[in-house]
Design a protein around this ligand. Sequence first.
Ligand SMILES: [Zn+2]
Ligand SMILES: [Zn+2]
Length: 275
Amino acid sequence: MNLWDTHMHCCYSGDSSEEPDDMITAAMNRGLSGMIFTDHLDWDYTPDPGLFDLDLPLYIEEMTTLANSINSYTGFYVGVGIELGLQPHLAKRHEQLLADHSFDQVIGSTHLVQGNDPYYDSFYEGKSPKEAYESYFNEVLQNIRSFDGFDTLGHLDYICRYGMRYYGKEKGACRYSDYASCLDEILNFVISRGKSLEVNTGSFRSDEHATDPNPSYEILRRYYDLGGRSITLGSDAHVKEHIGIAFEEVSLALKEIGFTEITYYLNRMPHTYPL
Ligand SMILES: [Zn+2]
Ligand SMILES: [Zn+2]
């Protein structure tokens, strides 16, 4: 099966120490057709200032050199992208960044809600699941309305991964119907601007009982029903063992929803392969 992993982090990200060449070898051994590194850049990451700053010139130069050395002598393709941590006040800086630097694929992700990361338990203290999730989806909407320079919208229901850990699976379950109007606005925005929606299999990294990627199949079905056809697929691997995690089973489920192809970006241009 022709599969690309288009979301992963190596040692240029503040939360990974994996060597990029080890990840490339792992992806080749995994039988993938290509991969795109998307290291973190989260300016003004207030919970841990500087953790997700990226040494851009070094990252681009070293990764492009490495990618070129692979791409010129194998049939395997390595791309150099980025995962931007969106915040409304960063819109102009992100626009400038993308005007100044070339990437293969740009993921736009919301990691912070008014400066707090739902990754941490402290985010949920004193909040009901509905309040917590609603604030997150509202922040996503505000972020993409402020800045639409990304190619694919990263892990739309990111908060549910950690909300379920905090509240428990039942209480922390995220039902589309509870946030329908906000989620529809987000999905319609993605569709009308010609962006892709990312299917992120990172939930399968730490939870052996995980059933859904991010966003959930329920949200992905809604996206499809609204006319959304363009999806990207990424593992969000931070170690080589997680590259391509659960891709086969998730691909089958996507096919059942009705999706017929997966998109990946090279030099910011969309390409597809059949599901
Ligand atoms: Zn992310
Ligand atoms: Zn990521």
